[in-house]
Design a protein around this ligand. Structure first.
Ligand SMILES: Cc1cc2nc3c(=O)[nH]c(=O)nc-3n(C[C@H](O)[C@H](O)[C@H](O)COP(=O)(O)O)c2cc1C
Length: 129
């Protein structure tokens, strides 16, 4: 039995299709930012809209900081900023705000996607914690 995604999805086109089905139908919110061009959001799935109230199209080009507000724990964000600086993964919780301003506890993981030696994208998996 195949034990890794590479082995299971040998064909590149089929792999992309499978990943697309997974992200579009995930119960968890998935966000991808560009690690090279100023942390801008380049992808958000449907569950992101359900969680935050923002349409994926309206957040493209913005940063996930739009989710933060007065109740967001600055220490947690500093810890995340440190992880980003070191190209390492992060897991945490903080108060975030939906589009309508309602606060909620965001629980999220941020992981680097490296191509060669460089972190090219950051992927976040988010849910209400
Ligand atoms: C992929 C990714 C997802 C992120 N998701 C969130 C999030 O859901 N909520 C949040 O408060 N910050 C999130 N952030 C953190 C902010 O975008 C930003 O990196 C953080 O506030 C540190 O920058 P600053 O020191 O300028 O505040 C995310 C960052 C990345 C790279």
């Amino acid at each position: 039995m195949a034990s890794s995604l590479e082995k299971a999805l040998e064909d590149t086109e089929a792999s992309l299709k499978a990943l697309k089905v997974l992200t579009e139908n995930s119960y968890d919110s998935i966000l991808i930012t560009d690690a090279i061009d100023g942390a801008k959001i380049i992808y958000a799935n449907k569950a992101f809209k359900k969680l935050t109230g923002y349409d994926p199209e309206e957040v493209l080009g913005k940063t996930p900081k739009i989710l933060q507000g007065p109740g967001t724990d600055k220490k947690e964000i500093a810890r995340l900023a440190e992880a980003l600086k070191n190209d390492s993964r992060f897991e945490g919780k903080a108060i975030n705000y939906r589009k309508d301003g309602a606060p909620f506890l965001m629980q999220w993981r941020v992981l680097p996607v490296s191509v060669g030696l460089q972190t090219r994208f950051w992927v976040a998996i988010q849910r209400e914690g």
